[in-house]
Design a protein around this ligand. Structure first.
Ligand SMILES: Cc1ncc(COP(=O)(O)O)c(C=O)c1O
Length: 361
């Protein structure tokens, strides 16, 4: 056996439970995949059309455009940032990894309010950095920025804020973020806006004023092209140039670029879907609360519901082709299941299955 590198020795393989085997076994087309906060309908038909057009063309043998020039131009229009302030990435996971690789030395720290999205752990471990966590408040899932400030020390290089937060659905105010940007200019604040389109609140405009802000976004959520793996960073142009020191510029595939451009060309489709989700959420929350579930539903295309035996809840729904996720292992979330919200019709199906299975207590 060839010895692995020293920095990998203490690391465990990242495990994620995949439902694809179960889905194949069910052999049904009637799957409601509500476990990863993807859209519950296909992306705009314009995306499919553009992809088919590309596949039928003659450029599959070419490397992707390393500059992603067309996508970057479209993103400039969408975000209001200049093209030099934008960096497309292979999903926002790569975006987060790139930030960590660019800023974290051995022993440096990132402050992460939890529970939250956990994917930058691997990059932190590889760089030998330390994750310092503070908890959101137990009663209302709000975040006390003073708690974050209390953790900032000499080794703090990064603060990671997910806004709206996954899985809590909470939204930090602009003032809370500004307090960190203004108070700690030597610390880079990452604002992960993966669910921006479902919350409508952004700080992307602040990158013009604060060099210590980087915003990460994705096409995997509201735009419905998670399979294509496209995300992007928006930050001061000097930061973007630094990110390009560590990022492999060939990672955003041609198909990903084509799909993302087509998705941006049909913003109305995305907006219509966001409205459907809002309606679905309204229906779902009322129906579940009527059944006496404790439901936490704020921003984002997902909700949290508490159940006495979350594993049972998840497996019962899975038998009917509905996949949701037990979040019980996360801080503050013992007994909670996270469920992506789809269209009103799909939400009705979920409620019916909960009733039919006798899961409504
Ligand atoms: C907060 C947050 N950031 C980033 C991601 C990853 O997105 P991507 O598919 O762009 O890598 C997710 C996915 O669930 C997420 O919830």
């Amino acid at each position: 056996m060839i010895k692995i590198a020293k920095h990998c020795e203490g690391l465990q393989p990242y495990k994620v439970s995949s439902v694809y085997r179960q889905i194949e076994k069910l052999g049904s087309n009637d799957i409601l995949k509500l476990d990863f906060n993807e859209t519950t309908i296909p992306p705009s038909p314009k995306v499919t059309e553009a992809l088919l057009h590309f596949i039928k063309g003659e450029k599959l043998n070419w490397y992707p455009d390393p500059e992603c020039f067309r996508l970057t131009e479209m993103l400039s229009e969408y975000t209001g940032a200049d093209t030099g302030e934008i960096l497309p990435t292979h999903g926002s996971d790569e975006a987060l990894e790139t930030i960590v690789k660019t800023f974290i030395n051995h022993d440096d720290e990132i402050i992460v309010p939890v529970p939250t999205y956990d994917n930058l752990r691997i990059a932190m471990n590889v760089c030998g950095g330390r994750i310092v966590t503070c908890e959101y408040n137990k009663n209302d899932f709000s975040l006390d920025i003073a708690k974050v400030e209390g953790l900032i020390g000499k080794k703090t290089r990064l603060i990671y804020l997910v806004n709206p937060n996954n899985p809590l659905g909470t939204l930090l105010s602009r003032e809370q973020i500004l307090r960190l940007l203004e108070g700690y200019p030597e610390v880079m604040t990452i604002v992960d806006e993966a669910y921006y389109e479902f919350g409508g609140v952004t700080v992307v405009d602040l990158i013009k004023k604060y060099h210590n802000l980087v915003v990460a976004r994705t096409f995997s959520k509201a735009f419905g092209i998670a399979s294509m793996r496209v995300g992007y960073l928006v930050s001061d142009a000097a930061n973007i140039r630094n990110f390009c020191r560590v990022k492999n510029l060939k990672t955003v595939t041609s198909l990903g670029q084509v799909a993302a451009v087509a998705a941006l060309e049909d913003i109305d489709y995305m907006k219509r879907y966001v409205r459907e989700v809002e309606k679905g959420k309204g229906y779902l929350v009322v129906a579940l609360r009527d059944m006496k579930f404790h439901v936490s539903a704020q921003y984002g295309n997902f909700i949290l519901i508490r159940y006495r035996d979350p594993e049972h809840f998840v497996s019962q729904l899975a038998r009917e082709g509905i996949f949701v996720r037990n979040r019980s292992h996360m801080p503050l979330l013992n007994g909670y299941v996270r469920m992506t919200v789809g269209t009103p019709e799909q939400c009705k199906r979920v409620v019916k299955v909960i009733v039919d299975k006798g899961l409504n207590h």
